[in-house]
Design a protein around this ligand. Structure first.
Ligand code: AMP
Length: 542
């Protein structure tokens, strides 16, 4: 028997309409690329988004068209999320840190109709324009006074487009599985693959995030998304924040430690979200300033494993750490590392051990780990296998890519994450590695994350990565690549002694190299692929 309830389609724009009515005064603050700070709120943004929608329709954008953005975190980028999706088109965020080759591939593969670009990235498009669709519409995300001199064909001005329209526009209805956003994720091989989010999956994900991360996602709370709008929808914040009435403080292009510190101090930011590398910079600045930004009470760390020492540093200054795991294909939140009341009362050392794990699943995400033959493994905290997920905001395939889609799901319809994990009996997930980053030495697995965690707790290690290098006897051995602190004595034996305190002897890297910095991927993670290539022959000549 069917229920007798209305079947209203879920639309992301209902989130902003709701925010405008219920949390209209909640602020959206942006560091602009033109210079200075811009302030607005959800009420004003809702109106401008409707103006933008009318402008897009006039440009000829239709339901299902892909409209690209190449921009930092700021209010115009936020408006585009809703203006584009609201008319049934697809907001395609592009990561400006991708290589030229990847960017050309992505814009052509998505067949973008228009591209909205921050002033900073106009030179990128200028260099690529011959390889982009000839009829692509270019719009600079600025006002008339700041329009640049450029060779880009028919460059339009964002503010002129918006200001030419009024806000008298009602969002149309369409089925809730209509696509609203597109984000490409780059694998280690092959071309980037597109995760195509729907209105339904995005609204559900915002609700999931809202109930899972209530400390920051609540009315008036001030959140700093350092995680970019160009990568997995800034972990869903552009939807979850207006839904819950939380304020957004967008950092623009200023992502170094001192700039982030100052913005957090000036704007009384409570909760900051981003990848571990960003927090290394902030922690250094907090040390230099002799204290944290005054309202700072929470940090959400994800994207790659948060070292235990980083968690300890934040918790030591009364900043609560939530270590979260997810991926582009999952919208992205999978697990969040909040402790329950009993766990939170444990001695600090045990609390930190738990916080270094990736946490428990959020509602709407099912987890399983399997062995090499696809058999399910127990959730006993011991068995380790590939992690598969299933849920309401997880991809069922990739945009216009049959080959990648074919391999994405297993026979039971679960998505293979490529991560290797253990799950405790109480549901705590520990990611031990990416499958391809695991080290197999003499037939035994070594988790690069475990070794990195130990190395990071050494006071003379500023950052590090562990990779497998070929070895004639053991097949593979771990190599520790270290960025030393300025005062480091670069004493390899001392470092190995430190590692031996918590690792088995055979897990301790026999070789350590010191480097000035680590190669990064476009999403701010250490590029182990680049490191492996550098040290591919097993010698340290690289
Ligand atoms: P992306 O799709 O670029 O967001 O990357 C997703 C991948 O990042 C996951 O499959 C993991 O390998 C890694 N990742 C994300 N969050 C974490 C975390 N908290 N700990 C360890 N790895 C993570």
């Amino acid at each position: 028997m069917q229920g007798l309830m209305m079947n209203r389609p879920m639309r992301v724009n209902d989130i902003l309409t709701f925010a405008a009515e219920v949390h209209g005064d909640s602020e959206v603050v942006s560091v602009t690329v033109e210079g200075g700070i811009h302030r607005t709120n959800y009420r004003a943004i809702d109106g401008r988004t409707r103006q933008l929608a009318k402008a897009l329709l006039k440009l000829g954008v239709k339901e299902g068209d892909r409209v690209a953005t190449l921009a930092w975190n700021g209010y115009r980028h936020f408006e585009l999320y809703y203006g584009i999706a609201g008319i049934g088109a697809v907001c395609h965020t592009i990561n400006p840190r991708l290589s030229a080759e990847q960017m050309i591939y992505i814009v052509n593969h998505a067949e973008d109709k228009a591209i909205f670009v921050d002033l900073t990235f106009i030179p990128i498009l200028n260099a690529l324009k011959e390889h982009l669709p000839a009829d692509l519409i270019y719009v600079a995300m600025t006002d008339r006074a700041h329009m640049p001199e450029t060779d880009l064909p028919n460059l339009l001005c964002y503010e002129e487009l918006v200001e030419a329209e009024d806000a008298d526009y009602d969002w149309p209805d369409f089925p809730e599985d209509t696509a609203c956003a597109l984000c490409y994720t780059s694998g280690t091989t092959g071309n980037p693959k597109g995760a195509l989010y729907s209105h339904r999956s995005t609204v559900l994900h915002a609700l999931m995030a809202g109930v899972s991360l209530q400390t920051s996602l609540s009315p008036g709370q001030r959140i700093l998304p350092v995680v970019p709008l160009f990568h997995v929808n800034a972990w869903g914040l552009p939807y979850a924040a207006p839904l819950t009435g939380a304020s957004l403080v967008f950092p623009g292009a200023a992502l170094d430690g001192p700039s982030v510190f100052k913005l957090m101090q000036d704007e009384e930011v409570f909760s900051a979200w981003g990848v571990p590398t960003v927090w290394l910079g902030l922690l250094a600045e907090i040390k230099a300033q002799g204290g944290k930004p005054s309202a700072f009470g929470e940090v959400i760390i994800g994207g790659s494993a948060a070292p235990r020492s980083m968690i300890e540093a934040f918790e030591g200054m009364d900043v609560s750490v939530c270590h979260a795991w997810g991926m582009t294909e999952m919208s992205p939140i999978g697990t969040v590392g909040l402790l329950n009341k009993t766990q939170d009362k444990l001695p600090q050392d045990e609390r930190l051990d738990l916080k270094a794990k990736q946490g428990r699943r959020v509602f709407g995400v099912d987890l399983k780990i399997v062995d090499e033959d696809g058999n399910r493994l127990p959730h006993d905290g011991e068995a380790q296998g590939e992690l598969f997920v299933r849920g309401n905001a997880i991809v069922s395939g990739y945009y216009n890519n049959e080959e990648a889609t074919k391999g994405a799901l297993d026979a039971e319809g679960w998505f293979g994450t490529g991560d290797v994990a253990k799950i405790d009996s109480d549901g705590m997930l520990t990611i031990t590695d990416r499958a391809k980053d695991l080290i197999k030495s003499g037939g035994e697995w070594i988790s690069s994350i475990d070794v990195e965690n130990m190395a990071m707790s050494h006071p003379e290690v500023a950052n590090c990565a562990v990779i497998a290098v070929p070895h004639p006897k053991w097949d593979e051995r771990p190599l520790l690549v270290v960025v030393p602190t300025p005062e480091s004595s670069k004493d390899v034996a001392a470092l190995q002694n430190h590692l031996s305190e918590n690792l088995a002897k055979w897990q301790v890297p026999d070789e350590v190299v010191f480097v000035e910095d680590l190669p990064m991927t476009a999403t701010g993670k250490v590029s182990k692929l680049t490191l492996r290539q550098r040290y591919a022959d097993g010698t340290l000549a690289g």
